[in-house]
Design a protein around this ligand. Sequence first.
Ligand SMILES: Nc1ncnc2c1ncn2[C@@H]1O[C@H](COP(=O)(O)OP(=O)(O)OP(=O)(O)O)[C@@H](O)[C@H]1O
Length: 226
Amino acid sequence: MSAFEAAGLTRSYQLEGVTVDALRGVDLTIGDGEFAAIVGPSGSGKSTLMHLLGCLDRPTSGVLRVGGVDVSTLDDTQLAELRNRMIGFVFQSFHLLARTSALDNVALPLVYRGVAKADRRKRARAALEAVGLAHRLDHRPSQMSGGEQQRVAIARALVGDPQVVLADEPTGNLDTRNGEEVMGLLERLNADQGVAIVLVTHEAEVANRARRQIHVRDGLIERDVA
Ligand SMILES: Nc1ncnc2c1ncn2[C@@H]1O[C@H](COP(=O)(O)OP(=O)(O)OP(=O)(O)O)[C@@H](O)[C@H]1O
């Protein structure tokens, strides 16, 4: 089954009476276990596409299937459930809760899923161990380096066993060494656990590590190179 199947996907925004066509008819299939980078100039539609794939937003027209499910058939609650079950998110600026320990940050997606507390803590600990942070369970984000914070965010993305991790500029706020480490971690997850990774990046070295590069320009896929 494909993680994502999009056909004729469009997304328009209304801005002060003007229509902005951010995506203008995207056909795209991303299979299970792929490692793909979405690249393209500023304003080309990369974030809009990521938001649609991540079920954070809905298309204006076209069909999008996530894990085989046509998202237009779901109400907002069902869409949130699909997102929580299928997709993990990693953001450029980490998006961790500042006053909350690494362990509780990672456990948070399981709260929404109704997992019991003891089980949440066990799974969050295992996810933090998997990203090499077994020694940082009780640290708060402000007590950790940028690289460590991004690894906490990756552990949070993984704790619910998603089929896909969507990462928006995951190395954008990191220095070269920490960026390398985060990319190595994403590569390992993809290779060892079969989690599909779809990331947006401006950095050629990061894009080159993906096995597929999807080039977006003016709201369309201009080139798709595997
Ligand atoms: N909420 C919004 N309201 C109006 N226009 C928007 C909105 N979000 C995005 N746009 C417009 O849609 C187009 C695509 O934006 P998008 O953020 O998807 O591009 P991007 O490729 O991710 O850019 P960047 O690399 O700068 O993040 C741009 O013209 C942008 O100005």
